[in-house]
Structures are given as structure tokens and as C-alpha cells.
Design a protein around this ligand. Structure first.
Ligand SMILES: Cc1cc2nc3c(=O)[nH]c(=O)nc-3n(C[C@H](O)[C@H](O)[C@H](O)COP(=O)(O)OP(=O)(O)OC[C@H]3O[C@@H](n4cnc5c(N)ncnc54)[C@H](O)[C@@H]3O)c2cc1C
Length: 437
């Protein structure tokens, strides 16, 4: 996404910047030199991952540090099932790195294009009442801090910093490696069905509590939900993979292809959107298969969009979704992208959207050529009434004063940021807004 001297933009084309310098360090020593050289020139520094955040969190107007060359496996602790990975490792490379050790990441989000550092730094999550986001898998990390020094956070050194460093928004330093707690490799039995929306919402607490991983998509202007239920099975369970042509028809032709058609209709002829959404729910999402966990958790997203996602307390999920449905019915918008509903277990990370509470997630999307402001602003107001916390990597309008109210450990995080980065070396406009400068 970046070329020296060129314009960097994120995947969703909602953020762009022309950095003053771009660096590609391949070693920890080179990362330290980048930070020290930037400090000497009075420039700010920002590590970027895959640019898959929709917010402007990764914009680097000063020195953009691209860690594409700092990737791969550092070491494996076979006994404890822990792997130490360089920070720029892409999620899609990790299954191959773990395979020789019979290990897997316990949970993943919808895609695997992100870097491990970017994913954990913004609180990337999947779904499942008993599973936390990817940052909850972090058991140790190494950072280069603003003074160019190396800070180790593990069981022996600075363990009290782990709940901040594991999900640090890029504000505490440049992560150079991350150690993940893995689980034995497993397979997932996937059942994907179109179902009547009212029945799904009515049974929602039971639906997500009784299975390993449950989520549903709702195409606005339809009465149907596409449900996804994944059950964990031992690696020895027989696979019933989708054939390559079947996967292509379902995921590329029908799913992504239909999004392309609805998005085009949304721009050219909005009245067609409800009909196409009804067609989409009839044609997609009716299949069963069993495959390696990462192949089931993640898909490809070929149609570009922008996204906002809020976490609400789990017991408010149905009510928040009901209010969102009422809002859409009220406003007369024509929305081509589905709304996604997921869950996560409470965790102890200071800035996690699930910090201290079991959480339900509601994500809204808009085709990248459409202005999302009116829709996202109105949805945000609904989510705030339900004690919502915005995803750090997705679009939202909150500032530090509002976020402070929503995170019990916010002040502690700010105090640590003040200690580790007193000159705001790692800040950009987004972090100034959400951390208060
Ligand atoms: C199509 C699509 C699907 C998505 N699906 C999901 C989903 O299912 N669930 C979900 O929760 N999110 C999802 N996201 C959001 C995405 O996972 C996050 O925004 C994630 O941060 C992107 O990782 P990245 O590598 O692109 O990081 P970037 O966006 O490049 O960077 C994000 C932040 O991480 C920091 N950072 C990156 N590397 C380092 C480092 N080495 N040290 C310190 N800080 C660093 C950056 O400075 C920045 O602050 C999706 C995004 C897209 C575009």
C-alpha cells in the first residue's frame, strides 16, 4: 500500500496520507535506528500493518515504519503451546508456521490479511461467548519505545504491563514481536443457514450461548438472517471440505459478486436495493462443511467498504439490534451491505471493547463510494445509548473525554502512555483525538 514518496491509503480508502519518510526495517536494531533518527529530526513515527483499519489510526504523516520485512517465527515453546512471532507477520501466514507443531490460534476474525501487530493493537475479534479477541491470546511482547530502548513484557519482566501492551493502539511503542498462547490444532463444523430474522433475534441469547461460535448477518429491508454456527472438533475429525468450485460459487460469485451488484444498484438505483437484498439472502448462506479452523473462520472480501462496529454489554445486544432495526425502518435509507452481529467473552485488557464485560458486537458497513456519515452517526447514537464502545480499528466519532467514561482502566492507560511516550512520538491525529493529545 505504500511506496516511498507516495501516498499511503488504507484498505477502505477512508484514510490517506503522504508520509515524509518510509522505512522498511528488517531487524529490531533497524527499528531502534528508525525511532532514534526520527527523534533526532523531531518527526513522529508510526508503525503500520496491512492498512486494514477503517479509522485513521494507522495514518503516519511523519515516518511510516512498514514492518513487512519483520515477519515470521522467532521461536516455539512446544511444552506450553506458545509461539513468538515477528510483529509484521500476516495472519494468513500463521497457520503454515504453526502446522509443524500441531498448533492453532484459538479464534480469528472474518479475514486474515492483517498483521498480527495491527490486529492485536486495535482489538480485532471474531465471535463466540467463551472466546476473547485476538489480543487475549497475547502472553508476551517486545516493543521499541520512544527513547529507542527495547521493553520486554513477559512472565518475568514487566508482567503488569501486559493488559495495556497487548492492545495498545500503537500508542506505547513499536511492537517487534508478539508471543501467542495457541491451542492444539482443531477443525470447525460450519453450518450456514438463511433463517427468519424475528426467530433468530428472539432466541439470540440461547443461540450464541449454546454453541462455540455464532454470528448472523442481516440484510436490511429483508426479514431473513444468514446465521453461521461453528462447532469445534478435534483435528482428527473427518473433513468435509467445500470443493474449490463450490467455494468459488458461494464466496466469490454469489457472496462478493452479489455485494458488487447491490452496491452498484445502491449508487445508481437505490429503489432496487431491497429486492436485491432479498435475492441475496435466498441465494447465499445455505451450506454445511468441516475444515481446518482458519479456513472456516476467515473469508475473502473483494468488495471495498467502510465499517463502524460497536460493542455493547451482552445482555443489551438484542435491544440494541432492535433499536437499530427501528432506526433503519424510520429513515428510509437504502442499505446494500448487511449488518453483522457477533459476541465475545469479557477480558482484562485495559482498552479492549470487551474489557470487564461479556460483549455483543454490531457492525454496520457502507460501500466505499457512498458517504457513510449520516448512517454511521445515527447508528453511533443508538449504540451509545446502550453503553457502546467503538472498535478502535473502525470508524467512529468519539474523543478522549467520551471514551474515558466508557473504559474503567482508561486513566491507567493514559498514565502508561505518558510514561512510555512523553513526547507523543507515536501519535497521529487519531490518537490525539482518542487519547486526548
Ligand atoms: C475487510 C476487513 C475485514 C475486517 N474484519 C474484521 C473482523 O472480523 N474483526 C475485527 O475486529 N476487525 C476486523 N477488521 C479490522 C481490522 O482487523 C483491524 O483494523 C486491524 O487493526 C487491521 O490490522 P492491520 O495490520 O491492517 O493494522 P493497521 O490498520 O495497519 O494498523 C492498526 C494500528 O496498529 C498499529 N500497529 C501496526 N503495527 C504495529 C506495530 N508493529 N507496533 C505497534 N503498533 C502497530 C498501527 O500503528 C495502528 O495504530 C477488518 C478490516 C477489513 C478491511
Amino acid at each position: 500500500m505504500t511506496r516511498p514518496g507516495g501516498v499511503w491509503h488504507n484498505w477502505g480508502r477512508s484514510a490517506q496520507v503522504r508520509p515524509q519518510r518510509v522505512e522498511f526495517p528488517a531487524t529490531v536494531a533497524a527499528v531502534r535506528r528508525c525511532v532514534q533518527a526520527a527523534a533526532a529530526r523531531g518527526l513522529r513515527v508510526k508503525a503500520v500493518g496491512a492498512g486494514h483499519s477503517f479509522s485513521e489510526i494507522a495514518a503516519a504523516p511523519g515516518v511510516l515504519v512498514d514492518l513487512s520485512d519483520l515477519r515470521g517465527l522467532v521461536s516455539v515453546d512446544r511444552e506450553r503451546g506458545r509461539v513468538r512471532l515477528r510483529a509484521g507477520t500476516r495472519l494468513h501466514s500463521i497457520p503454515r508456521l504453526l502446522a509443524p507443531y500441531g498448533l492453532a490460534m484459538p479464534n480469528l476474525g472474518d479475514i486474515d490479511r492483517q498483521t498480527i501487530a495491527g490486529a492485536v493493537s486495535t482489538g480485532t475479534h471474531g465471535t463466540g461467548d467463551r472466546f476473547g479477541g485476538i489480543a487475549t491470546q497475547v502472553v508476551a511482547a517486545t516493543l521499541v519505545t520512544a527513547d529507542g530502548e527495547v521493553l520486554t513484557v513477559d512472565d518475568d519482566e514487566n508482567p503488569e504491563l501486559l493488559p495495556a501492551v497487548a492492545l495498545g493502539l500503537g500508542a506505547l511503542g513499536i511492537l517487534v514481536d508478539i508471543t501467542l498462547q495457541c491451542v492444539p490444532a482443531f477443525v470447525l463444523r460450519a453450518v450456514e443457514r438463511p433463517e427468519p430474522l424475528d426467530a433468530v433475534v428472539e432466541a439470540l441469547p440461547r443461540r450464541h450461548a449454546n454453541v462455540d461460535h455464532f454470528e448472523f448477518y442481516w440484510f436490511p429491508h429483508t426479514e431473513m438472517a444468514l446465521t453461521k454456527t461453528n462447532t469445534r472438533l478435534p483435528e482428527s475429525a473427518p473433513r468435509q471440505r467445500l470443493s474449490a468450485p463450490a467455494r468459488w460459487v458461494d464466496d466469490t460469485l454469489l457472496a462478493n459478486g452479489l455485494y458488487r451488484v447491490t452496491c452498484a444498484a445502491g449508487l445508481a438505483a437505490p429503489p432496487l436495493v431491497p429486492g436485491i437484498n432479498r435475492l441475496a439472502t435466498r441465494l447465499t448462506g445455505d451450506r454445511e462443511y468441516t475444515d481446518e479452523s482458519h479456513a472456516v473462520f476467515t473469508q475473502r472480501r473483494t468488495v471495498r467498504f467502510r465499517e463502524m462496529e460497536y460493542a455493547v454489554p451482552l445482555d443489551r445486544l438484542s435491544a440494541a439490534f432492535g433499536d437499530l432495526r427501528a432506526l433503519i425502518a424510520d429513515r428510509g435509507w437504502r442499505l446494500s451491505f448487511p449488518i453483522e452481529v457477533r459476541t465475545a467473552a469479557a477480558d482484562g485488557l485495559w482498552l479492549s471493547t470487551a474489557s470487564g464485560r461479556d460483549s455483543g458486537y454490531i457492525a454496520v458497513h457502507r460501500y466505499w463510494r457512498e458517504d457513510p456519515a449520516e448512517y454511521f452517526d445515527a447508528v453511533e447514537q443508538v449504540m451509545l445509548r446502550h453503553e457502546g464502545r467503538p472498535h478502535w480499528g473502525k470508524m467512529h466519532g468519539l474523543d478522549a473525554a467520551q471514551l474515558r467514561q466508557r473504559y474503567p482502566r482508561f486513566a491507567e492507560f493514559i498514565a502508561l502512555r505518558d510514561r512510555l511516550d512523553p513526547t507523543r512520538m507515536f501519535h497521529n491525529a487519531y490518537l490525539d483525538r482518542v487519547m486526548g493529545g
